[in-house]
Ligand binder design. Structure first.
Ligand SMILES: *Cc1c(COP(=O)(O)O)cnc(C)c1O
Length: 344
């Protein structure tokens, strides 16, 4: 790995961050707060939230098996994705490499930040070869984007190829594990101590059932987390979100229960799809959705839409000709989809 200073945008490396009132005073014993120009009324919403979300991170550390200083929290994973560009890539000069197809935000954020985006096509089984990713890199490549289980294909990427990529690349590798709760594979976030150039992303939007509160996580070496914290908005995770997340984390068994039901429904849906005349093929999945190759995805998409059922049409995505991406819903929702397709 190149030294972190070399991988970081020079102005960011040199940045002296904004110091908020609540940064400078973070003890617990004070009882009068006249430091932040807050209104004394309308408790508790009158107070600025903890800028570093210490209570939430302490609980997350236990649940996720990652030390609290290795956790960054943001306004969805999307904030961490954008921060990776703003911290480590120089607009107009640097580039990033990513698997193709994958989650659309990596490219959108590259475009917003004026960073060259180099997609590397997966093979027919939606797998990567480390050497192909590395071949696409040059001295201006700062980041490699991986997503496992991958969206929209649904499959886990081969672990050996991921590890080879991390070990052989001299920049940062970001592995988005938004869907790892649905997979049997050991999460890579548990290995961040081994790889100083690895950033793993998680989210509250999928298995945790909290897309509305906008809370995403990045796990990495403390030096990387410190750079993210320096650049983020001071109060990037609001008080209501921190409170709701703590409530969700108090009931992890609820989440385990949801995951079990979703996985059962997933196999039921895949079996049912395989029997549909309109379905040519269902791809293997390790996530809470699956990709299905249809006989004319666009027509079926429009037909479902006219019946009030929305799925994701991926037909214009590389390697996904005529594919629909189907999220596993409740039993009732899944049955409505099947009933509509049986009548198609
Ligand atoms: C849904 C999804 C996310 C979640 O993003 P949030 O901003 O946390 O809601 C992240 N990565 C991938 C690959 C996803 O599919």
């Amino acid at each position: 790995m190149r030294p972190l200073e070399e991988l970081t945008r020079p102005n960011i490396w040199a940045l002296k961050p904004y110091s908020s009132a609540r940064d400078e005073y973070s003890g617990n014993e004070a009882k009068v707060f006249l430091d932040a120009n807050e209104n004394p009324y309308n408790n508790p919403l009158n107070r600025y939230p903890d800028p570093l979300q210490k209570g939430l991170k302490a609980r997350l550390a236990q649940i996720k098996g990652v030390a609290k200083e290795n956790i960054f929290l943001g306004n969805g994973s999307d904030e961490a994705i954008d921060l990776a560009y703003r911290c480590f890539t120089r607009p107009g000069t640097d580039n990033v490499v990513a698997i193709e197809p994958t989650y659309g935000m990596y490219k959108v954020c590259a475009d917003i930040n004026n960073i060259e985006y180099r997609p590397v096509l997966l093979d027919q089984d939606f797998q990567i070869k480390s050497y192909k990713l590395l071949k696409a890199c040059d001295k201006h490549t700062k980041l490699i984007w991986l997503c496992s289980p991958n969206n929209p294909t649904g499959n886990n990427l081969n672990r050996n190829e991921i590890v080879k990529t991390i070990e052989c690349f001299d920049g940062l590798v970001i592995v988005d594990e938004a869907y790892s709760d649905f997979s049997q594979e050991r999460p890579l976030r548990l290995e961040i101590d081994k790889y100083p150039n690895l950033i793993v992303l998680n989210t509250f939007s999928k298995a945790w059932g909290c897309a509305a509160i906008r809370l995403g996580m990045a796990f990495a070496d403390k030096k990387i987390i410190d750079i993210f914290n320096k650049v983020k908005y001071p109060y990037n995770v609001n008080a209501l979100t921190q409170k709701n997340a703590l409530e969700a984390l108090a009931e992890p068994y609820e989440v385990d229960k949801w995951i079990k039901i979703i996985l059962l429904e997933r196999s039921r849906m895949i079996d049912a799809f395989k029997l549909l005349p309109s379905c040519e093929k269902v791809y293997p999945t390790d996530a809470n959705f699956f990709l299905a190759k249809m006989h004319d995805a666009q027509t079926i998409y429009d037909y479902l839409k006219s019946n009030g059922i929305i799925v994701r049409n991926r037909t214009h995505v590389s390697l996904c000709d005529d594919c629909l991406r189907i999220t596993i819903g409740s039993k009732t929702e899944n049955n409505e989809l099947l009933a509509a397709l049986r009548q198609y």
